[in-house]
Ligand binder design. Structure first.
Ligand SMILES: Cc1cc2nc3c(=O)[nH]c(=O)nc-3n(C[C@H](O)[C@H](O)[C@H](O)COP(=O)(O)OP(=O)(O)OC[C@H]3O[C@@H](n4cnc5c(N)ncnc54)[C@H](O)[C@@H]3O)c2cc1C
Length: 482
């Protein structure tokens, strides 16, 4: 008889959270802390969504999305999770750039960037200061027509090298382009610039284990391998969810599934008004990624001056479409040294990440798909050899993932790494205005994406759900992820 993954689940909850990405987990935790009966349903066999990891023989553990996040995570983890989680956040000190325009290493904070821009790039101090002040001040009330290109041109006209330095990490991180709204760039850039780039000591597996323990401690009923098929609504209100052949009643649903999947697949467009459906249809998905995971032999070490994060490119100029091309010229290498997992066996691992278009991978016949993955591994090893000489002889394991992999594990349409583009935020935010008790929390645009953005969005939506459940009240206003 097939195993019943919903065994012991009740027939009714105050809230059902669909999906255990960082937004879903944070919503569930906050709501349970406030005394609500919370059911968390995850279709995969482990929690975390994109915040995930996998193990390979030889004791290797690869992180998928633990490359770096802003300092704001410390506060969010302390407030919405535990002091132990917050205390495990540590800084990455060697952020390195290597491309035909410049090579440098930075701590990636405002002080060091100011120094670099003035001394190495010879930019006038007033322009540097003006740029930082304007970026820092940006919020949702600002002009949303200005593009990132216009913002950068205002302070650094004709300086493609400076634009590359300021933009490349953000583009690598989340696929945003020079054509995207300047406010989303300004907010994310300023978040990082506040103190630098941080990581979680112990790896994603330890973080998610600690979170799971906290959820259980607060009484969240967690069920994995539970693929929600439908959110049932009636009379403009959420009524129940359908999962693994059962209908579970609830007053509120927080969907952490992809925004478009939530609206069009889980609910159905007939439950929303026409204008909302048109707006939702017009929301663009974000791009996807490819990654190559490499483990050095157990007794081999890399010097930490190689970098924690290395933005490497052979492209003569910075162009967003080139970053998405299958003909890869730009890669971000994340180096994981033994101190990343102090409690594990000493290991050096490297993950190479590149932005990618789903369509370049989606429809390849199986043999071509496998050959392309192999080629991706080989060309990545070629590129890495510059920084880790003789890499081919030194590795124990190498394998690749593609947009198809991300789609398979998280059900994000087209394997979108960061949910939707910026316009998804308004649609996500308007969901409860359409159907009482229905909320979306998850990656929409670059401000509410990434580990910090997703977590903060989850907390924000939990506040709204709490308000509904306690008072039948209305929504909070948009606030940023910082
Ligand atoms: C390659 C890569 C590298 C990244 N690097 C970084 C980085 O260095 N720093 C950073 O801050 N961010 C990074 N990110 C982004 C970050 O990981 C994500 O933005 C964040 O984790 C997304 O969280 P989320 O809450 O939106 O949900 P997701 O992680 O998207 O999770 C959604 C969850 O919902 C589940 N689900 C979907 N449909 C259903 C259903 N019908 N029923 C039940 N469950 C369902 C999925 O299985 C999944 O667990 C990276 C992402 C990728 C792909």
């Amino acid at each position: 008889m097939p195993r019943d993954f919903l065994k012991d689940a009740k027939d009714e909850y105050d809230v059902v959270v669909i999906g255990s990405g960082l937004a879903g987990l944070t919503s569930a935790n906050m709501l349970a802390r406030n005394g609500h009966r919370v059911l968390l349903l995850e279709q995969h066999y482990k929690l975390g969504g994109m915040a995930t990891w996998f193990k390979r023989p030889g004791g290797h553990i690869f992180d998928i999305s633990l490359h770096g996040f802003p300092y704001g995570m410390v506060k969010s983890c302390r407030r919405y999770w535990t002091q132990e989680i917050a205390d495990s956040i540590v800084q990455l000190n060697h952020i390195r750039f290597d491309n035909p325009m410049f090579s440098l290493t930075t701590t990636f904070n405002r002080e060091d960037f100011t120094k670099l821009l003035i001394e190495q790039f010879k930019i006038a101090p007033e322009a540097v200061e003006g740029f930082f002040v304007k970026s820092r001040k940006m919020d949702f009330q600002d002009d949303q027509q200005m593009t990132t290109r216009q913002l950068l041109d205002e302070f650094f006209p004709g300086r493609e090298d400076v634009i590359r330095l300021l933009m490349e990490p953000i583009t690598y991180a989340n696929g945003s382009t020079l054509e995207d709204p300047a406010i989303s760039y300004g907010i994310v850039f300023s978040n990082f610039m506040s103190k630098g780039v941080f990581t979680f000591q112990g790896g994603t597996d330890r973080l998610i284990q600690l979170m799971e323990a906290e959820l259980k401690h607060n009484g969240v009923d967690i069920h994995i391998r539970c693929d929600v098929e439908k959110i049932h609504c009636d009379g403009g209100q959420v009524r129940s969810v359908e999962v693994n052949g059962r209908k579970i009643k609830t007053r509120a649903v927080v969907s952490n599934a992809n925004l478009k999947q939530t609206i069009f697949r889980l609910v159905g467009e007939e439950y929303f008004d026409r204008q909302f459906v048109e707006d939702a249809q017009a929301v663009r998905l974000n791009n996807s990624s490819t990654q190559v995971y490499m483990a050095l032999k157990p007794d081999d070490q890399i010097d930490e001056s190689t970098g924690d994060l290395l933005f490497s490119s052979t492209a003569p100029v910075f162009q967003t479409d080139m970053l998405l091309s299958r003909d890869i010229t730009s890669r971000t290498f994340s180096f994981y040294y033994p101190r990343t997992r102090p409690e594990g066996q000493p290991r050096c691992l490297i993950v190479s990440s590149t932005n990618a278009n789903y369509d370049d991978w989606a429809h390849l016949p199986e043999d071509e798909y496998q050959a392309s993955k192999k080629d991706l591994v080989e060309t990545t090893l070629d590129a890495l050899d510059k920084y880790v000489p003789n890499i081919r002889q030194r590795i124990d394991h190498a394998e690749a993932s593609t947009p198809r992999t991300f789609e398979h594990y998280t059900k994000h349409i087209n394997g979108a790494s960061f949910g939707t583009k910026f316009e998804g935020l308004k649609v996500s935010f308007d969901v409860p205005k359409q159907i009482e008790g229905l909320y979306h929390a998850g990656s929409v645009g670059i401000i509410m994406s990434g580990w910090l953005g997703a977590m903060n969005y989850g907390r924000m939506v939990a506040g709204d759900v709490d308000n509904l459940l306690m008072t039948g009240g209305s929504r909070s206003t948009v606030e940023t992820a910082s």
